[in-house]
Ligand binder design. Sequence first.
Ligand code: HEM
Length: 389
Amino acid sequence: MRREIGHGFAPDSELVRVRDAGELPQLGLDLPQYGHFDVTAITRYDDVRELLGSGDVVMGPSSEAQTSGTLANIPGYFIYYDGPEHARIRRMVSRWFTVKNIQRLRPRIEEIVNESLDSFEALGGAGDFFSQFALHVPTRVICEILGIPFEDSGDFQQWTLDILSLSSATETAISAVAALRAYLRERVVVAKATAAARDDLISALITENEGEITDEEIVGIAMFVLIAGHETTANAITVGTLALLEHPDQAAAVRDDDSVVRTAIEELLRYLSLAVGVHRLVARDTTIAGRDFSVGERITFSLLAANNDPALVGDLPELDISRKPVPHVGFGFGIHQCLGQHLARLELTVAIPAVLRRFPNLRVTVPAAEIEFRRDAPIYGVASLPVAW
Ligand code: HEM
């Protein structure tokens, strides 16, 4: 279920082989905070959509007893919810993430991108694109959305890394979960005192859902939005820029022609397929690709394989920003499909062309084979990206 080492983006040859042969390989999956699981991998585009879009699968770990203190047991952490409880929370949050509401953030996101580029440029002629530029943009945006101080971001970025990294010790992850919840509890107390006068998500959850939501649920929702909202987009800005630098003609088009940016970002989201940890538990006996699945079996989905499937992109899976946008599954599919997708698209649409315009000679300063891709997190990305301009 990997990408080709040394290339960084394409699905590896074994993944392509099993998909094209219609095989459903059995894998052993080690999730340190949850244990070892035997899973079946679904890789074909049609099968991914059919199964994720059906009611036959549910979120896995939360439906079983789990190590206390891990993510699975947190009220409001709704990606792990199923059925009506999931729908109830998702409805409350989705009001905030509509296209219209997100579009009104555009001028502020442009300012944030420009200020972050100013600080990056002030480093002189070189720096780490990921930590010194890309991470700043979505972190500042998500802080403003939630109404929490950007000055605290050093703390919650570290907690997020400790929580998400598959290489974290269980105790480290559990204490990071506790620290982040305690921090957000304080923010909810602060927001409650002034919610009516504020325009952020935490305040909206408080004022719009009185009597229908507990404070602990608000903490859990804020926690997931915070975690989902900064690492993901920071990685997308970084590897999206990297992918374009590897295709200089396409980078030039994005830099010079506003009219191609929207389709270019959609194609990047397909090509990069950043989300890796999409797992489910079979809740109803079902048949997929000729194989019978029984209740309790575990499934993992390769969005990367699906987004490169000839059924979606013919024989041309390579990056092509002139491709007419295809209905890719880079944001997942079904009831858990990414709630932050309009925000992610907007941030990428503003940030990537701005980077290419500010630094027309941007280049990576380590050989491609030495770029350190992260393989220990649910979002694919790099540990750092040394660049010069
Ligand atoms: C390029 C950036 C992003 C990518 C690739 C991405 C990808 C995904 C994927 C694949 C899922 C579904 C996971 C599953 O089905 O198991 C998901 C869910 C979610 N994402 Fe994103 N995401 C991104 C950015 C964001 C941002 C910026 C936010 C919020 C501010 C966000 C909030 C969420 C939420 C709340 C869910 C859970 C929805 C639910 O369970 O109903 N995401 N994301």
